[in-house]
Design a protein around this ligand. Structure first.
Ligand SMILES: O=c1ccn([C@H]2C[C@H](O)[C@@H](COP(=O)(O)OP(=O)(O)OP(=O)(O)O)O2)c(=O)[nH]1
Length: 168
């Protein structure tokens, strides 16, 4: 199965308050924002990327970084990963980048304790402030397959957390 779906409202609420500004939100405001989360779609028949949209309006000053909780998780087969990249025009026009260049989303992340919540860190590497409105596309995710070496012996652990959680 390959899918991108919403995480629960409870998980979204937790991560939204942890990682993004706007912690003064009321529950109805949060529910409205959650209801407005857009499921990624491809732009054209043969576009590779599923477009990710910010759930809330944001402004990034030059040099500033923000982790956008998408409210989404990706389900995929074991030999796949999802690569998330910046929307090209944001890079070309404004110098906006992902903080980690590419977000590598592992197949087992979907079953992590945080429901596999996809978080996308962006950085304004340009020289002007950039404003995104709720619903604006800012990143794109491409499902890909990976290979394993013949003598592959993975460290047999189940993922429970997000980035940095396995302390390798
Ligand atoms: O920008 C990112 C990068 C990663 N992840 C999630 C999906 C991924 O499967 C998990 C772990 O990411 P990664 O393996 O790249 O992080 P790490 O810092 O190497 O940590 P770990 O020890 O968890 O492997 O965190 C995101 O939501 N956004």
């Amino acid at each position: 199965m390959i899918a991108i779906e919403k995480i629960s409202l409870a998980q979204y609420q937790k991560d939204r308050l942890d990682t993004a500004p706007g912690t003064q939100m009321t529950l109805p405001q949060l529910e409205e924002e959650y209801a407005g989360i857009i499921l990624p779609r491809r732009g054209t028949l043969v576009s590779a990327g599923y477009d990710f949209h910010t759930p809330f309006s944001l402004t990034l000053e030059p040099g500033e970084t923000l982790v956008v909780p998408t409210g989404l998780r990706a389900i995929m087969e074991d030999d796949m990963w999802l690569g998330i990249y910046i929307r090209s025009s944001l890079g070309f026009k404004y110098g906006v980048r992902l903080v980690n260049s590419v977000a590598v989303i592992d197949a087992d992340y979907a079953w992590a304790d945080n429901e596999g919540h996809l978080k996308i860190g962006i950085y304004n590497g340009g020289n002007q402030a950039i404003a995104l409105k709720a619903g604006d596309a800012f990143a794109q995710g491409i499902f890909q397959r990976y290979y394993r070496t013949d003598d592959d012996e993975p460290i047999n652990r189940r993922r429970t957390g997000g980035f940095g959680s396995t302390n390798l």
